[in-house]
Design a protein around this ligand. Structure first.
Ligand code: R5P
Length: 283
């Protein structure tokens, strides 16, 4: 059970959900600037720091490190609440010389004084609750219950199947009796870094005449969801809803997805026009 410290520091990039009480800005040359009013009052205290790391992940990470360092100098013990962890997708080395950035980010957070990271449906974790990754303590919260509850309203009391488009988000669907397909990606071309297109989704569930909620940890370019929609339509699905914890919606993926299914919705881990459930209710 998660128990956050009662002293809360809130970064301006959380202002849609909480009232900011620290200042984070940018100098004209682009350098980040942080000011924590009355910082000495946090001396030796346990503090929860709410700071988003997306969008503008590189900038936001530097801001986080600046805040953490200042609080560390006061001897504060900081639990960081960052709903979406950037770089979490690069947690494996597929090419020789490729940097596993998920490891680096976690090591840096720990080094800068993060006692614990509270995050949501973290890409490299496959269960809710406490874990440790590269020395960083992490508490992973799943939004799947809230997303499934919202889908019940969407389908207006009609039954629906819950399908994961790939194995990565299997723990989100399994706890609701759902099942996941398996995503097969193409290989890297010529040993260079490139986006690996999806070759196919394997393991077609029986969805003929059924409503389906496609549930994933994140929608980034939308390619996974689009492939899943196409496949489930071929399989005769009746109504389709797409949901994910994190909606990055790169390029025009939100428009493409909304044109292909009844409804697309996500949490407000990253604020978007289709954020329908709130991470705040889980904290
Ligand atoms: C991958 O394993 C994840 O669970 C998501 O399916 C994936 O990250 C979504 O990315 P995209 O929207 O670019 O297909």
């Amino acid at each position: 059970m998660l128990q956050l410290p009662s002293i809360r520091l809130v970064s301006p990039n959380f202002s849609d959900l909480l009232t900011p009480n620290i200042e984070v800005g940018t100098f004209p040359d682009g350098d980040s600037h942080v000011h924590i009013p009355r910082i000495s009052s946090y001396k030796g205290e346990e503090v929860a720091l709410f700071h988003r790391l997306y969008p503008h992940q590189n900038h936001s990470l530097i801001e986080l490190f600046l805040i953490l360092d200042a609080l560390k100098q006061e001897g504060a013990k900081v639990t960081v609440v960052s709903p979406y962890l950037p770089y979490a997708r690069q947690h494996k080395k597929l090419l020789e010389g490729e940097v596993v950035s998920a490891d680096v980010i976690c090591k840096m957070m720990k080094m800068m004084g993060c006692e614990k990271l509270v995050t949501f449906d973290c890409h490299f974790l496959d269960a809710e609750g406490d874990s440790e990754y590269n020395g960083l303590k992490i508490y992973n919260i799943s939004m799947s219950k809230a997303l499934v509850a919202y889908a019940k309203r969407v389908f207006n009391g009609e039954g629906f199947e819950i399908i994961g488009p790939d194995q990565g988000a299997n723990y989100l669907v399994k706890q609701h009796g759902g099942q996941s397909m398996k995503k097969v990606r193409q290989e890297y071309k010529d040993n260079t870094i490139s986006y690996r297109n999806i070759e196919k989704l394997e393991g077609m569930p029986d969805v003929k005449g059924k409503n389906v909620l496609i549930l994933d940890d994140m929608i980034s370019t939308g390619s996974t969801m689009i492939k899943a929609i196409e496949k489930l339509k071929e399989g005769g699905a009746k109504g389709l809803a797409c949901a994910a914890t994190h909606g990055l919606f790169l390029h025009d993926s939100l428009q493409r997805l909304t044109a292909l299914c009844e409804i697309v919705f996500v949490s407000d881990s990253i604020a978007s026009p289709v954020s329908k459930v709130s991470i705040i209710d889980q904290l």
